[in-house]
Structure formats: C-alpha cells, structure tokens
Design a protein around this ligand. Structure first.
Ligand SMILES: [Fe+2]
Ligand SMILES: [Fe+2]
Length: 187
C-alpha cells in the first residue's frame, strides 16, 4: 500500500472539504469517509485491488468539493484531478488509469458500464454510504427542505431505496440485512 499517497490525499480531501470553497459543507467529508470505509470492505470481499479502490474512494468526489462549477461533471473533473495528484507521486500508470475509471464511473445516475471490480467497489460504496449517514438525510428532509413528518420520512425512505437499487446484485446480497434493518427502524 502506498501509505504516502493515501496519507496525502486524506489530508488534501479534508482541507478542501473544510475550505469555504466547498459548497456542500463538512457533510461531504463525512460522506467521503463513509465511501472509503465501505469501499475497503467491498474490495476485500471481492478481491479487488485494495490500494486502487482506497485511492479512488478518497478522490471520487474531490471535484465537487473543490469548485461548485465542477459538480455537474464532477466524475470527469475528478478523474483529471486524480491524475495530476497521482503523477506527482510517480504512481504506476496503469493504476492511475484504473483509479480514473473508478472516478469516471462512480455515478449510478450516469449509466456508465462498470468494467472492473475496482469500479464496482467504488460505485457500490458510494451508493451504500447513505446508510451510514441516515441522520444527515433526515436533516436534508426536515431542515433543508422543510418537509412535514410523513413527507420527510417518505423522502428519506425513497432516497435509501434508490441507493440500494443502484447496487450490483452481489452487493445487494451483502448489504441486505443493513437495508432491511434500516428500513424497519424508519418504519
Ligand atoms: Fe459523486
Ligand atoms: Fe460520492
């Protein structure tokens, strides 16, 4: 594992997340940390390249927290930023390409085909990360959107449902219990 790279990007992501340029606030950092945690679990489960998956998970939303204008195409800008950072560390070219693929294809909404296990790990970790941040979804529903009790609850449930449905079949199996128990608690 290239600890030098991982330590650097962890600090870099934290700095950018805490900067006033980050439109999405500190929640984006908690999201990224949740994605890293889940991506590591999945990489081990599926025997994917743990180093590539860890680096890509840390960097997958780096464009969004760097500049709001990048948000719409943050998968594309993110892949470019990743290349710049990783080249400075003389990281292996093939691995840089793999990291870039993971970032380019992490968005379920973009319907891109995932060709490698590493891409699958990052995209699934991104989708499942909502389940580690359920309180922030309620904040979004009740505070940011000002929804009433029932509408807020439905909003959160449908967001979680959509996230779960984005998962690959094998990850659905893996996270089924977490999904079921979260839904039961929400009621
Ligand atoms: Fe993203
Ligand atoms: Fe994300």
């Amino acid at each position: 594992m290239r600890e030098d790279i991982i330590n650097f990007i962890e600090k870099e992501v934290e700095t950018r997340a805490k900067s006033k340029n980050n439109f999405f606030g500190i929640g984006a950092f908690y999201h990224i940390k949740a994605v890293v945690n889940n991506a590591i679990i999945l990489a081990k489960e599926y025997n994917a390249d743990l180093e590539v998956v860890t680096i890509a998970a840390w960097l997958h939303d780096i464009a969004s927290i760097t500049k709001y204008e990048y948000y719409e195409e943050h998968h594309i800008y993110g892949a470019q930023i990743a290349k710049q950072i990783l080249e400075k560390f003389n990281y292996d070219n093939e691995k840089i390409e793999l990291v870039q693929k993971c970032i380019l294809n992490h968005r379920g909404s973009k319907l891109a085909k995932k060709h490698t296990l590493e891409e699958l790990c990052v995209a699934d970790a991104d989708a499942i990360s909502h389940f580690d941040n359920v309180p922030s979804l309620f904040y979004l529903a009740y505070v940011t959107r000002g929804l009433d009790e029932n509408k807020g609850k439905e909003f959160v449930k449908s967001k979680l449902q959509r996230s779960y449905n984005k998962l690959s079949e094998q990850s659905k199996e893996l996270y089924k219990q977490k999904y079921d128990s979260t839904m039961t608690v929400i009621g």
